[in-house]
Structures are given as structure tokens and as C-alpha cells.
Design a protein around this ligand. Structure first.
Ligand code: IFM
Length: 471
């Protein structure tokens, strides 16, 4: 080991001893293009499946769309300044495929690329590390018209998109996330129809999931070929704390099956180059879907795993093979999800013991709260502060147990368009006043800024004793 590396490791250990978080731990926030950018027709952007879906009558609970969202496309400098005022060290954003390739392929749209170049340069100028997600659900509609994720060719077009970005932006981005939550794309987009493209057919799950994983593998290869050797590439999976509701063998088995369907179906190909046998009985792979070399393309190339953690599912055996998920038992957020910080540490430890990812990031964690703006223009979101505190305490415990956790991203920087729930949910550290597009940092923003400023030293400090930075 070099002297420099030894010194860096000594520093990290010293910091972990002091605050529980290693030196260089990233304190970040996350967003996604369609949820915040608006400007859906600006500068040659093409149509995405979310434009089409959100304009479908009845698809979005409040009848809204992402046409304007938080208008971050036009308020970029303001949002960059907000990140800087919070003192965050990293920002996870997504790059809208239809801004770069309006029909998914073909000539690159320079004006769309220029927006992200400005975003990245603006982050770097403020000392904030860009974490760029390539697919956060806004597939170009033109590719959907050719079969979308049911068409194996989409994986190749995605790799071309990744290659172009690597070539043009790779000198400035050290961390890439290929896909966000392939499980949600498959289940909510193709089984339950709640998200774009709004299909409802269990037979689509396996092909969609496999083509997404293949797209990940091919995009990793494409990025590796175009970016500097030190570039880190991963993907973000949503992991739920799945627990059997009782000790009865059939409930335990049902919980194991759900873990297989939701988690191992993605983790095993990525880390073991195979689909889990037990799950294949419930979700058979159509013949010819997995071709020679696919699993090798998918597996073994991921530098880090991103974990999006929100909640728990308590499971009982259902009628027939399908596991039954019980209604949440404890505290709930406005979306109905159970608030369950105790689930996070076991998930992180399990990932380390079962799959040994070199590095982990919590790429999303956060909670929607019924936030209100006081007459004096403040948002007192105590529930979010407690949520973040409890989850970060769990993250710290995982680090103490040896989990190589390198950063944490709050979902989300801003209140934004929550997919089929429109603007009914507020996840942000900053309140978005949609009428004026003003961003108002909530109390949680100050709490989180204090953590970023001290590398987590204020995590246990009570709110009365905390003098947070002004943001
Ligand atoms: O808003 C979403 C995000 O786009 C993906 N992960 C879950 C968040 C909250 O539902």
C-alpha cells in the first residue's frame, strides 16, 4: 500500500472513530429529471413515456403532469446555489435520455447536452461531486413505440446513450448510476400499470427485468470504454425490509419468495451471474430470453451498489403462490408506507455478507410529510428530521459493523412530481411553492446541513442544543 493510501485510510479511521462516518463520506441529495426539470419542450427535447403517460386522463391522481414540475431547467443556478448553501458534498441527478437523443437514437441534441454540461460544471465549481443517473424512468417515447423494454434492442440503444455521455462528459463525472430501481420499472410500469408505460401483464416482468439488467451491463461496458480508469459505475436498487409476519413455515417461505422476486432477481444476476432457482418457479424465464453471454455481461462489473430504502413489507402466505403483504403495522408517512428505520442496518449487512459489493451508497432515503408553510415563511418538519436521524443512525451502525458505506443521499432536494401521485407528496429538504417556484429550506434542511458540515457529528444532538448553519 502506498504512503498516500495509508495516510488516507488512517484519516478515514480517525474520522469514523470521531463521528461514526468515514472521512470523505458523501452527504448528498437526489432528484430525477422528469420530477424536477419541467421545460419538456425546451431546446429540442423529445417526448418521453412519462409525457405520454401523465397526459393520459386518470393516470395521475391530481390530474397534473411534469410539464413544469419545479422548473429546475430554467432555475439551474438557483438550485445549484441551494445545494451549496446546504453544504452538500454530492448531488445525484438524472440525465433525461430524450434531451440527449430526442427519439432515443440518431443524432445527438447538443442543446440538451449543454444543459447537463452546465449542471455538472456548476456542481464542480461549487465543490459538489456529481452522481449522474442515466435511466430514471423517462424512456424516449419513440423507443416505446418500438416495444420499449420488451424489445432487446433497447439495451443496445441505452449503451449507445451511455457511450455518448461517457465520451462527452466522462472527464467530469466520477460516479455514474446506470439504472434507478429496475424492480419498480418492471412491477409498476408493466404489472400494475401505475407508472409509464402503464401495462398490466405478469408475463412482461421477466423480459422487462432482463432487458433492463442487460442494458445496465452493456452501459457499464460502454462507459468503461469511454471514461477514465478511476470512474466508478453502479446502479440503484430499491430494497425493502421484507419480514415474515409469523414463524409459520408457509409465511417464512412466502417472505423468502418475495425477497427473491423483489431483490434476488436483480442481485443474483448482478453479483452471481445467475437467476435464483427458487424464484424461477414463480417467474419462469421465457425460452430464448437469456442468451449466451448475457449473464456475463450483467455480472461482476459494478463498482458500487446504490440502495434506495424507504420501508418494510410484512408478509404472509397468500392464496396460491403469491405472497400477501399486510397493511403497515407502525408509524406511516403520508404515502401510507411504514416508517421502519430498523430495517436499514440488516439490509446493508446482508448485502455485505451475501454479495460483497466493494462499496455501497444509500442513493435514496427520505419521507413525504404534510408540510405547511407558516405565515412567517417557515416549514417545521420535525417528522422528517426524526426520520433522517433514525435512518442515519442505522447507517452509522452498519458502518461500525464493517459495511463499506460511502455516502447517503436524501430523497429529495426539493418537493417535486411524485409520479402517479402528482404533487400530492412533499419529500423535499426544501419546500417548493409551485405557484411562485420559490424554494424554502425546511427545518430538516438545516438539520441536514449541520450533518454535512460536521461529517455527522451532530447526529445525536437534540434540536434544542443544535445551532444549525443558516441556509
Ligand atoms: O420519487 C421516487 C423516486 O423517483 C424513486 N424512488 C422512490 C421515490 C419516492 O417514491
Amino acid at each position: 500500500m502506498t504512503d498516500e493510501r495509508q495516510a488516507a485510510e488512517r484519516e478515514a479511521t480517525a474520522s469514523t472513530r470521531e463521528t461514526g462516518f468515514p472521512a470523505g463520506f458523501h452527504w448528498g441529495a437526489a432528484t430525477a429529471a422528469y420530477q424536477i426539470e419541467g421545460a419538456v419542450r425546451a431546446d429540442g427535447r423529445g417526448e418521453s413515456i412519462w409525457d405520454r403517460f401523465s397526459h393520459t386522463p386518470g393516470a395521475i391522481v391530481d390530474g397534473s403532469t411534469g410539464d413544469d414540475a419545479c422548473d429546475s431547467y430554467h432555475r439551474l443556478d438557483h438550485d445549484l446555489d441551494l445545494l451549496a448553501r446546504l453544504g452538500l458534498t454530492a448531488y445525484r441527478f438524472s440525465i433525461a435520455w430524450p434531451r440527449i437523443f430526442p427519439t432515443g437514437r440518431g443524432p445527438l441534441n447538443e442543446a440538451g447536452l449543454a444543459y447537463y454540461a452546465r449542471l455538472i460544471d456548476g456542481l464542480l465549481a461549487r465543490g459538489i461531486a456529481p452522481f449522474a443517473t442515466l435511466y430514471h424512468w423517462d424512456l424516449p417515447q419513440a423507443l416505446e413505440d418500438r416495444g420499449g423494454w420488451l424489445n432487446r434492442d433497447t439495451a443496445g440503444f441505452f449503451a449507445d446513450f451511455a457511450a455518448a455521455l461517457g465520451r462527452r462528459l466522462g472527464d467530469r463525472i466520477a460516479h455514474w448510476i446506470t439504472l434507478n430501481e429496475p424492480h419498480i420499472v418492471a412491477y409498476e410500469g408493466y404489472l400494475y400499470g401505475q407508472k409509464a408505460p402503464g401495462k398490466r401483464d405478469a408475463a412482461l416482468l421477466a423480459p422487462v427485468s432482463h432487458h433492463l439488467l442487460l442494458a445496465h451491463g452493456r452501459a457499464v461496458q460502454a462507459l468503461r470504454a469511454e471514461t477514465p480508469a478511476a470512474t466508478q459505475i453502479g446502479l440503484a436498487l430499491n430494497l425493502t425490509a421484507i419480514e415474515s409476519a409469523t414463524d409459520r413455515a408457509e409465511d417464512v417461505e412466502a417472505a423468502a419468495l418475495l425477497d427473491g422476486l423483489w431483490h434476488r432477481w436483480y442481485l443474483d444476476p448482478l453479483y452471481r451471474a445467475s437467476y435464483p432457482d427458487d424464484v424461477q418457479r414463480a417467474l419462469p424465464l421465457p425460452p430464448d430470453l437469456v442468451r449466451a453471454g448475457d449473464l456475463e455481461t450483467i455480472a461482476g462489473q459494478t463498482d458500487f451498489l446504490g440502495v434506495n430504502y424507504y420501508t418494510r413489507a410484512r408478509v404472509k402466505a397468500g392464496v396460491g403462490p403469491r405472497p400477501r403483504i399486510l397493511p403497515p403495522a407502525g408509524r406511516r408517512c403520508t404515502m401510507g408506507w411504514e416508517i421502519y428505520p430498523d430495517g436499514l442496518e440488516p439490509i446493508l449487512r446482508r448485502l455485505r455478507s451475501d454479495y460483497q459489493p466493494a462499496r455501497l451508497y444509500i442513493t435514496e432515503n427520505g419521507v413525504p410529510v404534510a408540510d405547511t408553510l407558516t405565515a412567517s415563511g417557515e416549514v417545521h418538519d420535525d417528522a422528517r428530521i426524526e426520520y433522517l436521524r433514525e435512518h442515519l443512525q442505522a447507517a452509522r451502525a452498519a458502518i461500525a459493523a464493517g459495511v463499506p458505506l460511502a455516502g447517503y443521499f436524501v430523497w429529495s432536494l426539493l418537493d417535486n412530481f411524485e409520479w402517479q401521485l402528482g404533487y400530492t407528496q412533499r419529500f423535499g429538504l426544501a419546500y417548493t411553492d409551485y405557484a411562485t417556484q420559490r424554494r424554502i429550506p425546511k427545518d430538516s434542511a438545516r438539520f441536514y446541513a449541520a450533518l454535512a458540515a460536521t461529517n455527522g457529528a451532530t447526529l445525536d444532538t437534540s434540536r434544542d442544543d443544535l445551532t444549525p448553519p443558516s441556509v
